[in-house]
Design a protein around this ligand. Sequence first.
Ligand code: AMP
Ligand code: MN
Ligand code: MN
Length: 325
Amino acid sequence: MDAKELVHKAQNVMVCSHINPDGDTLGSMLGMYHVLTAAGKYVQRACHNTTPPQFTFLPGHEGVGPDLPDRDWDLIICHDASDIQRFGSVYEQHRDLFERVPSICIDHHVTNSGWATVNLIDTSASATAEMVYYFARELGYPISKDAGTCMLTGIFTDSGSFQFTSVTARTLRAAADLVEMGAPLPDIAYETWRKKTFASARIWGAALEGLHLSPDGRYCWSAVTQDMLRQHAATFNELEGAVSHMSGIAGPSIVALFKEEGPDEVDVSFRSMDDTDCTVVAVKFGGGGHKKAAGCTVHAPLAEAERQILAEVAKLVGSREPVPA
Ligand code: AMP
Ligand code: MN
Ligand code: MN
């Protein structure tokens, strides 16, 4: 059965977004939620986390979370996740479901492993939400203003506010259609891009102040520790967007941002400023992403994670070994 048939036949659908959800995974999942609900299906919004505060303007966000009712699911639709581990507890607690129930994965990551029953992968799409929009049209289901708002949020956030090289005429056509359906672009831009808490402005400042440049200027990096978060009463959520801002730095090929999640857990975000492929380093540490934006998690203390990652970054950009951080 193809993806369209699976959706048309399904009555009880679980839609999923990835752990530490961003605008694309949430916008895609909630867009699909609105479309399928309006088509008369029962739809559950599954995510390892509840909706982060900056996305609570999204219609339908309130039902997002890890608790699943016992139900006879006939389809799982996963959004924006290159492998199944990205669903965190939703997968860990319900492995049997993922084995038993047919799944559709809608994704645009080059590192996608093709883990689902049916994989809709388009690495040329600016966002999974762009794919969701065209898929919803193919399904023949109406797209409400709420659905459109969610989808446009996914496109807007993952395309760097329509600035990235991933933006095509097809992206802009989807966005134009969604605006025509009532999706409020200025509100989405304010909510996801300009609006900041005070703590967020402060932690961005700390991350920018902590930037280091390699001696030969080929790469740069910064680290945000738990101490820094405490000092500014901030969360990592409030650091969202900072690394993309850093990718505007002219000169170096790549920037790495280290986030000390715990004593032995460091999340790393990579952005490349030129043709450098970030996934080369991310994949070596079990992560993934896109050529120009990738990430991974290193299970080591911050100093050790920095040492290991920067050694690989230096190799990638043909630089000498980094100075110890
Ligand atoms: P971020 O730096 O968190 O904004 O992530 C940039 C890109 O890398 C996104 O497209 C993510 O999907 C991907 N990514 C980040 N962390 C991971 C990870 N641990 N595993 C796989 N992909 C990741
Ligand atoms: Mn994502
Ligand atoms: Mn995405």
